[in-house]
Design a protein around this ligand. Structure first.
Ligand code: FAD
Length: 540
């Protein structure tokens, strides 16, 4: 029998991110994935700003930035009657090489398909000697007890059976999650928003063939409404995905005429190579529980979000980052008995929030003027209608591309291991990110010297920022941390803009980069503060 501290089931992006984060933290783990790890028809294409911040921490941001998606390809979103029809509106989004970081993050969103991103996470995970990735290996069953989990593994190529004993099981086993089902954890929300159809095709330089300006994401609207989108996944290889937002009632999954759907989306017969298709269920659901004893669930296993807003994987990777440091703390002995329970308390509301946003973005697709029969008429009335619709689509449907607040603004306001400071909670805005160093929030970015970000200070252990010339002495907190083995460093900042941004003279930031506590003076009982933020049972 093999023994490991953490067994991860599922080698999609979320399981890989957890394996990588644990490896980065020096925690041994084994990941089992029933597939071979090769992505043939990628779903995920947008690695959002927050995930890029984690990639920066892990040292792979540059690799993601240099992925094969051309740096000079405009990321424009284009509303069309058909790709070779009328352009209704264009939302310019700069090419990656022309997109400098905004004031609130050192990173920018990247178009990096799963075809490239998952192998980068695999390589990162493999770079740590304590991480073992086992592909073509299925977890057939498991039994959980008070001290851990015993899992039966099946190596699919050799047929060899194996037993693994782990102190923690992390289920990153996707939407169908056998682990979630076995634990009887239900899903809450909308079990079926629609049944989309994906069709992947290859064709060399479609833009040149059609003589249209380049973009990345095309939304097709005809007299029946918004019905499909067409996305370029890999411009160099000419790989595209056509997605039907919903399949009609009389749809026959055994008899799909991909050419006909493409003809409708482009308005011209095309000779393309079809490389795959699938029908799936669009949901907006979140699990009733994220943990049960020593089993923790992450990613699509516990939240299934409509792809509108590109939040699925990105939310799952934030799950992995939240759980990663807590597993490290418990394994290294400085995490308290209540620490792992805070994973559910923090990440379930964050999952529900993102499900809410993504479902709202999808519902916005269906919510605009219905009297659009003249949308393709070459008449002045047709022109006027297209202009009006274009503006409506930009402000309504376009909202799913303006999500900086969603990406960066999630907070753990009610976390049992963050200490509220009594300041009012800022609004949770979808579009605008409002930086705040309020406990529970992502500690804001600001540039330090030499191209360093404040975010570069966080990751390993707790970091106490001492802000301003008169920041109090942190010795009692440092001593309290060291007394229970909590990794702790402090960092002085005098830049008045950063002092103002963080709002207090002392700000304690957790290993995941969220604020645990802040104040102008240390509390009288520094040991109690450390106990609270490390999830010790005796903290008040
Ligand atoms: C059209 C579309 C576009 C999307 N675009 C984006 C986007 O741009 N950005 C974004 O953030 N998200 C996007 N998403 C969502 C994203 O693809 C998913 O949220 C993400 O893949 C979930 O990752 P995961 O690791 O949780 O699950 P999965 O990727 O489903 O991985 C689960 C893995 O577990 C394995 N597994 C299951 N059971 C076992 C077992 N018993 N033993 C061993 N292995 C097992 C499976 O083989 C699978 O590989 C999109 C989704 C769709 C449908």
């Amino acid at each position: 029998m093999t023994e490991v501290p953490v067994l991860i089931v599922g080698g999609g992006p979320v399981g890989l991110a957890l394996a990588a984060d644990l490896g980065w933290r020096g925690i041994d783990c084994m990941l089992v994935e029933q597939g071979d790890g090769i992505i043939r028809t990628p779903k995920m294409n947008e690695v959002n700003v927050r995930t890029m911040e984690f990639c920066r921490r892990w040292g792979i941001a540059e690799r993601v930035q240099n992925c094969p998606f051309p740096g000079d390809h405009p990321m424009d979103v284009v509303f069309v009657t058909a790709m070779d029809g009328y352009e209704l509106a264009r939302m310019p989004r700069p090419a990656r090489s022309d997109d400098p970081p905004g004031p609130d993050s050192p990173m920018v969103m990247q178009a990096c398909s799963q075809t490239w991103f998952d192998p980068m996470l695999q390589d990162l995970a493999r770079s740590f000697s304590g991480v073992k990735l086992a592909h073509r290996c299925r977890m057939e069953s498991f039994d959980a007890d008070a001290n851990g989990v015993t899992a039966q593994l099946n190596h699919l190529d050799s047929g060899r059976q194996a037993i693994v004993r782990a102190r923690h099981l992390a289920a990153c086993d996707g939407a169908g999650s056998p682990v979630r089902r076995k634990l009887g954890i239900g899903l809450q929300g909308k079990m079926e928003l629609s049944r989309p159809l994906h069709m992947y095709f290859k064709t060399p330089d479609l833009f040149a063939q059609l003589g249209i300006p380049r973009g990345t994401f095309y939304l097709a609207i005809d007299k029946n409404g918004l019905w499909a989108n067409v996305r370029v996944i890999d411009p160099r290889a000419g790989l595209w995905r056509l997605m039907l937002l919903d399949t009609p009632a009389d749809f026959d999954a055994n008899n799909i005429d991909c050419d006909a759907w493409l003809r409708r989306a482009i308005k011209r017969p095309m000779n393309v190579e079809w490389v795959g298709h699938s029908v799936w269920v669009r949901r907006g659901v979140v699990a009733e529980r994220y943990s049960e004893g020593r089993v923790h669930l992450l990613g699509d296993a516990v939240h299934q979000v409509s792809p509108t807003g590109a939040l699925g994987m990105n939310t799952g990777i934030a799950d992995a980052v939240d759980l990663g440091w807590k597993l490290e703390a418990v394994e290294k002995g400085w995490g308290g008995d209540r620490l792992l329970a805070s994973y559910d308390a923090e990440r379930r509301p964050a999952g529900a929030r993102n499900v809410r946003h993504a479902t709202g973005f999808y519902q916005g697709h269906l919510n605009f003027d219905k009297g659009i029969a003249a949308i393709e008429d070459a008449t002045p009335e047709g022109d006027a209608l297209r202009e009006k619709l274009g503006a409506q689509l930009m402000s309504g449907v376009g909202a799913m591309f303006r999500t900086r607040g969603v990406q960066l603004g999630y907070r753990y306001d009610d976390s049992p291991i963050c200490v509220a400071d009594g300041t009012p909670a800022p609004a949770d805005e979808a579009v605008e990110y409002v930086p705040t160093a309020r406990p529970g929030a992502r500690a804001p970015h600001a540039w330090l010297e030499n191209g360093r970000s404040t975010l570069d200070l966080y990751g390993r252990g707790f970091t106490l920022l001492r802000l301003g010339a008169d920041a109090p002495d942190n010795a009692p907190l440092s001593a309290a941390a060291s007394a229970c083995g909590v990794p702790f460093t402090s960092f002085g900042i005098s830049n008045p803009d950063i002092v103002k941004l963080y709002g207090k003279k002392l700000v304690l930031v957790r290993p995941d980069g969220h604020v645990a506590w802040r104040g102008d003076a240390l509390p009288g009982d520094a040991a109690n503060l450390i106990d609270r933020v490390r999830g010790a049972a005796n903290a008040v």
